[in-house]
Design a protein around this ligand. Structure first.
Ligand code: ZN
Length: 220
């Protein structure tokens, strides 16, 4: 069963909660899938049952078509946020981590074409591999964070939080105007360009900054 972990090894008592995600938060990723840039953040939720440790081998759902990786910066919520102001957000974020927003892309395309919700394509069991979190005892430069995803030793995604259409603090505040964020909930902040299909045997590495966090995993 998945439990939140801190990278430093100190115990994380926060329960695994819902995972609130944003679609198309980087203009270059919206363009690569021929999607328009939304006027307001496009939100969806993965349940706690979607979370798995990022270090564990990834099991692709069988018979469900293509499964894409989307590397994303993840925020671990440490204090309740409801109708928050962006200024309230920094004190409520307990940790920074990395995540894969796994997406059954063929199924999502069909659901989108039919005007149906995306849940089956985005919220299935195992759809949210989560890294251990870097415990935030200090305030980072929220718009200056970078992360990188390698697929089979090739750089495929580079995210810079300064390129987000809705910056982190505004995004968390916006989310909290619809969904109260409880301690243990996670926010996925959107994926930069470079998403692609995962195949059996693929190796993935995700890294936050140069040396804050690095996690390697593979597709079973
Ligand atoms: Zn995503």
């Amino acid at each position: 069963m998945y439990r939140h972990q801190y990278r430093c090894g100190s115990t994380c008592e926060l329960p695994a909660g819902k995972i609130v995600c944003v679609g198309r938060n980087y203009a270059a990723h919206a363009a690569e899938l021929d999607n328009p840039v939304p006027e307001e953040p496009l939100l969806f939720i993965k349940p706690a049952s979607a979370a798995v440790p990022l270090e564990a081998p990834i099991h692709l759902p069988a018979g469900r078509g293509s499964c894409h990786f989307e590397g994303e910066l993840a925020l671990l919520v440490g204090e309740r946020l409801s109708n928050a102001n962006p200024a309230d957000v920094p004190g409520a974020i307990a940790g920074l981590g990395l995540a894969l927003d796994l997406t059954l892309r063929d199924l999502q395309s069909r659901l989108k074409a039919d005007g149906h919700p995306w849940e089956k394509a985005k919220a299935f069991d195992g759809a949210c591999p989560l890294s251990p979190f870097v415990k935030l005892d200090w305030l980072p430069d929220w718009d200056g964070l970078t992360f990188t995803l390698w697929l089979n030793d090739e750089v495929r995604q580079r995210g810079k939080t300064g390129h987000m259409l809705t910056p982190i603090l505004d995004l968390a505040a916006y989310i909290s105007s619809y969904f109260t964020l409880e301690p243990g909930d996670v926010i996925l902040t959107g994926t930069p360009a470079g998403v692609g299909e995962l195949l059996h045997g693929d190796r993935l590495a995700l890294q936050l900054e140069d040396d804050w966090l690095r996690v390697e995993t593979r597709v079973a």
